[in-house]
Design a protein around this ligand. Structure first.
Ligand code: ATP
Length: 484
């Protein structure tokens, strides 16, 4: 049977990957904590992203901006005025929904029943109404489509209201001089406001990029589906500044580069696809999502957007500080330097938590092994060794005769290179199973023969195959497999 999201959530919790936040108080909706294994996997993903974006490009550097920013930032970016979701309540169940999601589900229903035309027409009508901010029209459409609340079964809907997704708080201790500030809903603006700082101090020449990993916050109305949609999450974003007119070329390049990244992590090509946006956000002239096939369907994991000069231009207007770059490359058309301009921006934006969820779902493997009466089910995490929280576990076959000491020596010799653990509890078969469940790619067993000839067995997680190798070869063998 196919893996359900419930299986994933249960496994993530049971093996120390993801816990509900403040669970002893029954949790906090759409907020999660990463456990001892989850944090390692997530850190591995972040490190690989960072390396792929900065170290492997001459012209991309990183920053780490603050979560709090001047409130005008969010005015300039458009978030104060238009970072809204249309919401609707059912008066009987008192449940709140996103009006657009109710209509999208209905459209999906039509499509699944083979009525593509009706599905498309509904989506277009919804797009038109939302575009015109005709909220009464949206409500009428929901009623006309006969959409009922799945909980109460009624269509006793309230009016549709726009709900801003930004969290706010106050800075300053005294009420009179306290002022309202927001928790950033995206990391990108920290890059835009530092564009000239980095360009000047780093003597960067367009085209160049700035990368950042950091927390973002959105007061999502409907927050289900585990870490897919959280109220506090992490983004890995890169803004690439280009000469106006060259943005489509860079957009296509980054789109393909990013797709290759996900495949290199082990996400299979058939579970990834591009979804080109027909309806564009106010700041974009082209946008595509990389979608992954989660247990609940193909959904956005990363967005690649051509953002034009929208952000830098509106920061220039509101701050009254020039956001221009002087390009002294010669324009072959005029024979003169390109001169001053506000660069265009191509952005790549991926949620660390969504990427984590994709990688985790993809790794979760249940297999039937053995024949007849010996048939058993085996569950393991088929993670790329570079992503695994623990790279190797070292086991003494028995807890005597110097085997534990020998095993601990091996751990000590490897642990400055990668995360290696020592484990002596339970029978060896059980120890293998425990490592399978958290995705440890290699188990190293120390036995009596080790004391004679300094060899150990390595057991491979995916094949369960065991081979005998000299201790002196361990570091090189494992290093090779855990690199990408
Ligand atoms: P969605 O349509 O799913 O709400 P979005 O289009 O609003 O996503 P962007 O604003 O483009 O998302 O954000 C870039 C990336 O940040 C997304 O591709 C996603 O991976 C991640 N992201 C956005 N919102 C959340 C969230 N609430 N929880 C986890 N990750 C998120």
């Amino acid at each position: 049977p196919a893996t359900s999201l419930q299986d994933i959530i249960a496994h993530a919790k049971e093996y120390g990957f993801v816990f509900p936040s403040s669970e002893i108080y029954d949790g906090l909706q759409a907020v999660y904590d990463y456990g001892q294994n989850g944090v390692e996997l997530k850190n591995n993903l972040k490190t690989l992203w960072w390396k792929a974006m900065t170290q492997l490009h001459d012209n991309v550097v990183g920053i780490d901006a603050s979560i709090f920013m001047h409130p005008l930032t969010w005015k300039a970016s458009g978030h104060v005025d238009s970072f809204n979701d249309p919401m609707i309540d059912n008066r009987d169940s008192k449940k709140r929904y996103r009006a657009d999601q109710l209509l999208e589900l209905k459209a999906e229903e039509y499509a699944n029943a083979g009525d593509e035309a009706r599905s498309t027409a509904l989506l277009q009508e919804m797009g038109r109404l939302l575009g015109e901010n005709d909220l009464e029209g949206v409500r009428n459409l929901i009623i006309a489509e006969g959409i009922k609340d799945p909980v109460s079964g009624t269509d006793n809907w309230t009016e549709v209201r726009q709900f801003n997704l930004m969290f706010s708080t106050q800075v300053g201790s005294l009420a009179e001089d306290a002022s309202l500030i927001y928790l950033r809903p995206e990391t990108a603006q920290g890059i835009f406001v530092n564009f000239l700082n980095v360009q000047k101090t780093g003597r960067m020449k367009v085209p160049f990029g700035i990368a950042q990993i950091g927390k973002a916050f959105r007061n999502e109305i409907v927050a289900r589906q585990f870490t897919f949609r959280m109220r506090e999450f992490e983004q890995m974003e890169m803004q690439f500044f280009v000469r106006p007119g060259t943005e489509m070329e860079w957009y296509e390049r980054w789109r393909d580069t990013r797709m290759k990244f996900h495949q290199a992590l082990g996400l299979p090509a058939e579970k990834l696809k591009f979804h080109i946006h027909e309806k564009l956000a106010h700041y974009a002239n082209a946008a595509v999502d990389i979608e992954y096939q989660f247990p609940f369907g193909f959904r956005e994991m990363e967005g690649i957007h051509s953002r034009t000069d929208f952000d830098l231009k509106s920061h220039q207007e509101l701050s009254r500080k020039k956001q221009q770059y002087f390009d002294n490359d010669v324009d072959p058309a005029t024979g003169k330097p390109y001169g001053n301009y506000i660069p265009y921006v191509v952005e790549t934006s991926v949620g660390a938590d969504r990427l984590f969820l994709a990688v985790f779902c993809n790794a979760f493997t249940k297999e039937t092994v053995g024949e007849g009466a010996d048939q058993k089910e085996r569950t393991y995490l088929k993670l790329h060794p570079a992503l695994a929280p623990i790279k190797a576990a070292v086991f003494p076959l028995v807890r005597k005769d110097g085997l534990p000491e020998k095993a601990e020596q091996i751990v000590k010799s490897l642990r400055s290179e990668f995360r290696v653990i020592y484990e002596e509890r339970d029978a060896i078969g059980k120890r293998y199973t425990r490592q399978d469940l958290i995705g440890t790619p290699f188990c190293i067993a120390v036995d009596y023969q080790t004391l004679e000839d300094d060899t150990v067995t390595i057991r491979y997680r995916d094949t369960t195959e065991q081979i005998r190798v000299p201790i002196s070869e361990l570091k090189a063998r494992i290093s090779q497999e855990v690199s990408m």
